[in-house]
Design a protein around this ligand. Structure first.
Ligand SMILES: [Zn+2]
Ligand SMILES: [Zn+2]
Length: 370
């Protein structure tokens, strides 16, 4: 996910600490350390809280950025850091005021566990853009216990039901976990810019985000073209639903697609040339950035002025839309392509993720923590 640069600050002062219980987790204790077992505290569920035993947790690139304190300017990491915001689990206890969830049901938690709920953004269901800063699932000030929130690399989590999602039992649960970040991050812009039948959609990059974008754009009945710098991904892109794959380093192939796209999702986090992909947009077409390259990109004004093109960005999605996305996935049988790992393999998984060596998301089997 791409987090905003807004400082996260809770709107109210923290309430009296509730009673808590201990739960096992995996944490980094400093930027250079391997993840290791730790005992953390979760609050005893209040009237509106849902307590879940975590079954699966996806491994997002944000987890690694946060563990290594690579966003120290915007979101400095507080240690110990328990990452994980692609969480699927079983409800084991609910507060007496909880209406939407029952013990024994499967539920999910994504990138946020709270927000101010009163600002204009929150009232529109766009909690990810909360003016006070959403409470992220990990490394945000915890409004209930002191310290910061702890994420899904743990055996249990307690979350207000307003931030808990329903999951269909028709879907394969390990593949559902990445929908909570990679899924909503790609689904939200496709819906916001009303991608659908008769439109040509370009997906730049075929990683965790890109592979979900292909599945969603195809299910939305668009014509889907993948742009990738690695020829080895061609067969896979077609299998995932792309109609065509274009090698992005082949100038002649790129030229053939000049000014032919209604919408482009750029999922690449490495430095790359935005002007080359903007040239693929039709008049009034939009390209939306989802990646987070370290350095600012060079942008030629003419890339936009020619054909009145637009360059935009998008960050995760609100709770209402995340539920809509999960329901859409149940209807269309969509899950992420994953590699299941044990908790103890996380550091090796991070190393492979840095090499782009994963198809297309690692998911931790959280029962391995026991
Ligand atoms: Zn993420
Ligand atoms: Zn708000």
């Amino acid at each position: 996910m791409s987090k905003t640069t807004d400082q996260v600050r809770p709107k109210e002062s923290a309430p009296t600490p509730a009673t808590a219980f201990a739960t096992r987790a995996y944490a980094a204790s400093r930027p250079t350390s391997a993840l290791a077992p730790i005992s953390i505290q979760r609050r005893v569920p209040g009237p509106r809280d849902v307590q879940m035993d975590i079954l699966y947790c996806g491994v997002c690139h944000s987890d690694l950025h946060q563990v290594r304190n690579e966003w120290q300017g915007a979101l400095p990491t507080v240690y110990p850091c328990v990452p994980g915001h692609e969480i699927v689990g079983r409800v084991v206890r609910v507060g007496r005021g909880v209406k939407g969830f029952k013990e024994g049901e499967i539920a999910a938690v994504g990138c946020m566990v709270d927000s101010c709920r009163t600002c204009a953004e929150c009232r529109e269901g766009l909690e990810q853009y909360c003016e006070a800063g959403a409470t992220y699932t990990y490394n945000s000030p915890d409004k209930h216990l002191s310290g910061v929130t702890y994420g899904g690399y743990s055996e249990s989590i307690v979350v207000d039901e307003a931030f808990v999602l329903r999951v269909s039992d028709k879907l394969e649960l390990a593949g559902v976990a990445p929908l909570l970040c990679a899924g909503i991050t790609t689904y939200s812009p496709l819906r916001h810019w009303k991608v659908g039948k008769g439109q040509r959609v370009g997906v730049v990059g075929l990683g965790g985000l890109g592979h979900m974008a292909v599945k969603f754009a195809r299910a939305l009945e668009a014509e889907v073209v993948v742009f990738t710098s690695s020829a080895s991904k061609t067969a896979d892109a077609l299998r995932l639903g792309a109609h065509e794959v274009v090698p992005s380093r082949d100038d002649a192939a790129m030229q053939r697609h000049f000014a032919s796209f209604d919408f482009i999702l750029d999922t690449v986090s490495a430095e790359h040339d935005l002007n080359a992909t903007l040239a693929l947009l039709k008049r009034d077409g939009t390209m939306t950035l989802l990646g987070a390259p370290e350095k600012p990109a060079a942008l030629a004004a003419f890339s936009l002025r020619i054909k009145r093109r637009r360059l935009a960005g998008s960050g995760i999605g609100g709770i209402r839309e995340t539920q809509e996305m999960l329901d859409f996935c149940a209807e269309h049988g969509i899950t992420a392509d994953i590699e299941l790992i044990r908790m103890q393999q996380i550091d090796a998984a991070y190393a492979r993720m840095l090499q782009g060596d994963v198809k297309y998301r690692f998911v931790i089997d959280m029962t391995s923590l026991k």
